[in-house]
Design a protein around this ligand. Structure first.
Ligand SMILES: Cc1cc2nc3c(=O)[nH]c(=O)nc-3n(C[C@H](O)[C@H](O)[C@H](O)COP(=O)(O)OP(=O)(O)OC[C@H]3O[C@@H](n4cnc5c(N)ncnc54)[C@H](O)[C@@H]3O)c2cc1C
Length: 357
């Protein structure tokens, strides 16, 4: 195990912010963990995946562990039409989605094209297009760097909710996720279990089918076609971090009571509000409503605004971007300005989605 020193993190975070890591080690095999603990000597490590949910505002003086654990295996239980996947934390999430669809498995189609690693997916219970990790999650294997012990956590232990989990709490500061176990459908059965009712997903599936000469019917859709539609929508709307630095949605959608939502809608006609479903396979609707942060930010006039090289994307108000050489601090200051404004205008607290360091 050889830590590298003064590592430039510009290409290791999707904002493309230029900061240094004083010491960084690539974790490629679990067998390295005892040596890594010795190297840490009680210090708290910074755990880095694909860097797609981070805003780095300073050089990292703490030791950095970059998770590169690879490997995936699967076990089919055809009697209950299920397949269990065990995936190394350093695998690419999108490559996993693509592979699972090629294998004919169903369950990850709505989560296509989310950047980052498999090991980071439970941290904020990644979600998109009406699906989230919790829907397919079985367990996670964690190494506690402070105590040198292994833990296996199930869905209840992980306390998943909208963009949140136990892994964001301070008690998890020393937990390194080494592998994730997911449970998918082994074979698709018609449209059973497909989630097509989010935004314009259904019409996108229809237009792709129509272009292929399959007509406008949404009968017998394959999970792969849903992923194709998700990818088409995402690429048309979200900036590619390889061209324009960003971390996807920068603010989480505020969740408030139904009464508060109705009161705001009376003041701001046209404000959309959606009932919130609980996390996990049951997905029952609860008493709270989710407001689209993008609508609030656009309404407050922030779309396309720039402060030097830090800016709000011109087409997508929820995405903060680095137009070139913005520092993490400049992006954070812009975010704080937006938060203050939204609070003044709507009385709402906008929470930042990526981890700000
Ligand atoms: C263009 C774009 C679109 C996006 N779209 C979505 C979306 O639709 N839905 C969504 O939910 N997110 C989205 N994101 C955010 C991001 O892709 C996800 O949060 C992703 O899971 C982050 O993975 P990562 O490996 O890059 O994590 P990193 O950014 O490296 O780390 C994120 C956090 O997880 C911790 N962490 C990482 N790996 C481990 C591990 N193995 N063990 C313990 N802790 C770990 C880090 O310490 C950090 O706190 C988007 C980002 C971009 C750039």
């Amino acid at each position: 195990m050889k830590p590298r020193t003064n590592v430039d993190l510009r290409t290791l975070n999707t904002f493309g912010v230029a900061v240094l890591a004083a010491q960084l080690v690539d974790l490629e095999f679990e067998a390295q963990l005892p040596d890594i603990r010795q190297w840490l000597a009680g210090r708290t490590a910074f755990i880095l995946g694909g860097g797609s949910n981070l805003l780095l505002t300073r050089d990292l003086t703490e030791p950095v562990i970059r998770v590169c654990l690879r490997g995936r295996s699967y076990q089919i239980d055809s009697s209950i039409d299920a397949v269990r996947l065990v995936v190394g934390a350093g695998e690419s999430w999108h490559e996993l989605v693509t592979w699972s669809l090629e294998m004919g498995f169903q369950g990850l189609e709505n989560l296509a094209l989310i950047p980052g690693t498999v090991g980071a997916a439970p941290i904020q219970n990644i979600g998109a297009y009406g699906a989230e990790l919790a829907d397919v999650f079985e367990s996670v294997r964690v190494f506690d760097l402070a105590h040198g012990t292994w833990l296996t956590l199930g869905p209840q232990d992980c306390q998943f909710s909208y963009r949140d989990s136990i892994f964001k709490q301070t008690r998890a500061a020393h937990w390194l996720i080494c592998s994730v176990t997911l449970r998918l459908r082994y074979r698709a059965h018609g449209n059973d279990g497909l989630k097509l009712d989010y935004g314009d997903l259904r019409s996108q599936v229809q237009s792709i089918r129509d272009m292929k000469g399959l007509g406008l019917s949404t009968e017998g859709i394959r999970p792969k076609e849903v992923a194709e539609a998700v990818i088409a929508i995402r690429t048309s709307r979200l900036p590619d971090p390889a061209r324009l630095g960003n971390a996807g949605s920068f603010f989480a959608n505020p969740i408030i009571s139904r009464e508060e939502a109705l009161a705001l809608q009376a003041r701001f006609p046209g404000l959309p509000a959606y009932p919130v479903a609980s996390s996990g396979p049951s997905g029952q609707l609860g008493p709270t409503m989710k407001l689209p942060a993008a609508w609030l930010i656009e309404r407050a006039g922030w779309k396309g605004v720039r402060r030097g090289d830090a800016g709000v994307h011109a087409d997508h108000a929820l995405v903060l971007v680095n137009h070139g050489s913005a520092s993490g601090q400049q992006i954070r200051r812009l975010a704080e300005e937006i938060q203050r404004d939204i609070h003044k205008l709507f009385g709402l607290a906008l929470a930042i989605e990526p981890r700000v360091v």
